[in-house]
Design a protein around this ligand. Sequence first.
Ligand code: ZN
Length: 763
Amino acid sequence: MNTTMRRVLPAGVLLAAASLAPLNAHMTAEETLYGYSAESSRIERQWEEKMRAIPDAKNLRAYMERLSARPHNVGSDYDRDNAEWILAKFKEFGLDAHIETFSVLFPTPKERLVELVEGGPHFTAKLQEPVVTEDRTSGQTEEQLPTYNAYSIDGNVTGPLVYVNYGVPEDYDVLERHGISVKGAIVIARYGHSWRGIKPLVGAEHGAVGCLIYSDPRDDGYSGGPVFPKGPWRPRDGVQRGSVQDSAVFMGDPLTPGYGATADAKRVPLKEAQSLTKIPVLPISYADAQPLLEAIGGPAAPRDWRGGLPITYRLGPGPAKVHLKVISNWGMKMLYDVIGKIPGSSEPEQWILRGNHHDAWVNGAEDPVSGMVTVLEEARSMGELLKQGWKPKRTIIYCAWDGEEPGLLGSTEWVETHVDELRAHAVMYVNSDSNSRGFLELEGSHTLEHFMNDVARDIQDPETKLSAWKRAQLREIANATSSEERRELRERHDLRLDMLGGGSDHAPFINFAGIASLGIGYGGEDHGGIYHSIYDDFYWYTHFSDYDFVYGRALSQTGGTAVMRMADADLLPFQFTDFADDVKLYLREVEKFANQQRDEIQERNTKILEGTFEASADPRETWVTPKKEELPPHLNFAPLDNAVEAVTRSASDYQKAFERANANGGAAFSSVLLRDVNELLMQSERKLTTPEGLPGRFWYKHQLYAPGAYTGYAAKAIPAVRESLEQKKWKEAEQAAARVAQVLENEAALIADAAGKLSAAAK
Ligand SMILES: [Zn+2]
């Protein structure tokens, strides 16, 4: 997977004066690094500069050519071959490396059929991406996985077709207003606006018996520009493969929920596996979708539901009737995670982890190889520094994950297997998944917000020669939609990090194990439509994306700088004033959402009473007025407000202690007392988790962020409260607020403890 999410600051959220940076100083190259003494900072900066000079675009290109030379999905020969090649590279670079294997459920297609049996001329979908002559690897048909959605259950169904737009819950509300039910129907949804697994999930909840997902040219095709091979966009027969595993409860291997899929692990019987879909589902191209959509009758689709095909989009149901058959081979496959270590010299028990996946749906030059190669080049750079005498304080672990595409399998099974060690030793995990040209994405744990901003200030953007930070800031100003937002972007010392969602290997680290995590990558300039198709390959990448690999080099520099700076710091560079400010913002959003929801229900009820809906509907068309809803009670968020204040106070105490320790060249940073502070800092993200996890979602233990159960990729803040509100479970929302408040009180206590210990070290 690879998620390109843009950060959006909610409009109308007033910024407290406290959010305007305590540190408003301009960062210069000579400035002391956060968490370092003047002397250790000077030495660190020299090593970092040496590191940033090492990554070489030629190597990135050569690694990509090798890794994407053949299809390398889970279970394929070349997947294993790549893992062994990465292992050899890690060893050659001087890392202590090994391969760790897991055995997981990974279905592959056996039978696939989509045919229009009524309502139009009989039509059988092609379900095949054609070979493109100039793109040599597109002809490796023997090794390509057919187009499918992994973890769809087997099924053989026939039903009338209903067009459901993106297939998210709100779309079904619109259908209901038109009096349209999907019971017994096959739904056809376009890709986008949610993780793909949400579409069959929501369809099944509404009674559909099957689901087709297609790439509409408006979102992913010729509306964007010339299609492949003339341009980068999705051609008419291009298909997006992908997993549809139900990830709301847990991620990873469906047969080993919450524990590692080791050779001797006890497995859930296949028929009891909870994360398979409830209905059969298959992805199709827009060429295959057009005759099906054309045969749908019924009312015309609302304006914003219409896609880019030259047809009238209608809702149905029928008269188009579709026969859908999906049968898989339900085999077990081996995963090959490659793990390479650089032992720490003075704090070997504290681990800094960095990873990217190596498996792809097909050749995967962009996803994941464009990210994987930067991790390799980063590891080579570290190896070079070791030869020159650099000794990282902490242990650095480079990871090349297998099985990310089907459901974060390699990273999840590894984290689940080693969760106790990780909770004891892991300081930070840095993830990437793919890379292209443009702007540095800043996402991750907010305890690392200040740290990551500082890293971005030290990386040069290859195109503009601005710092990656400056370019990101100016672009956000350009995209901002309110003067408040622009003011914050100009005045706040650090850019806010986006929350990490669900789409990549950071998820088991942050959501399951409570390890502070970052997601890094450049993007925003290269567009196209080859995602999860046979055309995501070396030919496409070297014609239409970062073909001179200058952004690949920048990503190696970015990841390398983050890893080194965390590994060498005297005081772990976690910072809490940004964190407190972000949590406050998220709490305001949740409170605002609750009020809005109340107002909306009230307004709708009024409209129902006064007959607004009936009066404005066309009597010749079907219109179903919504039912009156009970007004939600006013909820008590006071415990959360108090807890956020406690966090803010502790954060400010910690900052004061930090400044005392930082005075006079930071001599305090060599105190042995710092060990205890670092131990607490390392646990600060863990404190944000609870053993039982979110309601009904045991695997998601982090109480501040989780991918939405009905959005999949996009993260929700304070999810236990937010999702209870969305599901209109008012009592649960209030109970969740009290629980999250307790978690934040505990976090405030940990920060206060760290502040006290740091003050003692500064005496
Ligand atoms: Zn990926």
